[in-house]
Structures are given as C-alpha cells and as structure tokens.
Design a protein around this ligand. Structure first.
Ligand code: AMP
Length: 221
C-alpha cells in the first residue's frame, strides 16, 4: 500500500498514520520528523532547514523532494509506505508522481483528515512531546512526565501560537491545492477528523477499501 496523509497541523496525521502503518505493515515516513531529527543532531541538512522549520515556513521543494527520494529508495519502503507531511505543495505532489512512475507503481490513495482551523489551533495548544522518546501527546495527558518512558514533556519547538498561525497560512495557500490535486485524480479518501480516533480510523479504512479494492488483498501491503 502506497499512501500519503494530509491535513492541518493537529488534525491527527501522526496518530492515524501510525495506526494505518501498523494495519498495512508499512513504514511511516514523516518529513517533519526527519527535519526535526536533522535539527537536533545538528547535521548539514539541519542547518539548511532551521530557518524554515522554526518560523513555520516550508523547506524548499528541492531539499524536501531529495530527502523523500532518498528515503523511498531504502529497502523497507519497497513494498509500500505512508508519507506523513509530504507532499505539502503541488510541485512536491508532481515530483512524487514522477518518482513513483519511475518505479512502476503510483500512489494507491491520499488520505485527508479534515478538521476546522480553530480545532487545529486548540489541539496544538494542548500538544506536548516527550524530550526523550519523541512521543506526541494530545489533551489526554495532564502530567509533566511521559507515561511511556518518564521523559520530560515539552511543547514542540515549532508549536508557539504565532508559528502555528504561520503554518496554517502556509497550509491554506500551498497545501489545500494538493488536496484538490488528489481529488481530481480520484485518489482522495476524506475523513471527518473531529470524531474519535477509532471512528476516524474506521472511516479511513472503509474509504481505502473502496478506493483500492483492499478487500481482495485482505488488508496487506
Ligand atoms: P510537520 O511535523 O509535518 O508539521 O512538519 C514540521 C515542519 O517541517 C513544517 O512546518 C515545515 O517547516 C517542515 N516540513 C515538513 N514537511 C515538509 C514538506 N513536505 N515540505 C516543506 N517543509 C516541510
């Protein structure tokens, strides 16, 4: 199964992406996580992308597409993948289409988790990430320590409100057209992200089986 997952920051892409990746036995590839790792490890890529990530802007397509191309060439992505946070621009969607054409098999579907901007802002203001294991927690966690590993829970570096507002603006301008791009190609699976995690997951799985005829493959990659 070859999937991309789209939605506003805080829509639940990370949560649903993890569940979908488990369901289909495919790796999740998150460009945001790759950029944050590069920043934290202070690599050359990290210093190149710092100014964009910290201000809530988009990393240039050239860097992002090269990173994804390299990642998709790795062994574990040969039988399917779920891309989280990519593509974010129509140029990235076109580059991905070309790349997959070259490999002989295109995307199966683009999952779009639909939430209102106010809900996105509300969820991000509650979001905490564990400094140690990197797990993200929503409003369900009221302590200062990670329930999984005991690490300190902090706000994500690019989660202050003004940065989030910049990310929402960028999303409207650059990423909404990507949703239309997949809709026009008959690949879009839309789910109402205001519902419970399980209800959203069931919606997505139903939509995916309609688009990809998944019943025949029994839900495997
Ligand atoms: P995310 O965790 O997906 O919200 O990504 C965090 C930040 O990484 C974004 O605000 C961008 O600065 C950068 N980023 C992640 N994915 C992309 C992408 N596909 N294109 C450009 N920038 C990206």
């Amino acid at each position: 199964m070859r999937l991309v997952i789209l939605g506003l920051p805080g829509a639940g892409k990370g949560t649903q992406g993890k569940l979908l990746a488990e369901h289909y036995g495919i790796p999740t590839i998150s460009t945001g996580d790759m950029f944050r790792d590069a920043l934290q490890s202070e690599t050359e890529l990290g210093s190149e992308v710092k100014q964009y990530v910290e201000r809530g802007g988009l990393v240039p397509d050239r860097l992002t597409v090269a990173l994804v191309e390299e990642r998709l060439a790795q062994e574990d992505a040969q039988n399917g993948f779920l891309l989280d946070g990519f593509p974010r621009t129509v140029a990235q969607a076109e580059a991905l289409e070309k790349l997959l054409e070259g490999k002989g098999r295109g995307l199966d579907a683009a999952v779009f988790i639909d939430v209102a901007q106010e809900e996105s802002l509300r969820r991000i203001s509650l979001r905490r990430v564990c400094e140690q294991c990197g797990t993200t927690f929503g409003g369900e966690v009221s302590t200062e320590t990670c329930p999984s590993c005991g690490g300190r829970l902090v706000k994500r570096q690019d989660d202050p409100e003004e940065t989030v507002r910049a990310r929402l603006r960028v999303y409207t301008e650059q990423t909404v057209p990507v949703v239309d791009y997949y809709e026009e190609r008959g690949l879009l699976v839309r789910a109402d992200g205001s519902r419970s995690v399980d209800a959203v997951l069931q919606d997505i799985l139903r939509g995916l089986s309609a688009v990809t005829d998944d019943e025949k493959t029994g839900g495997t990659a």
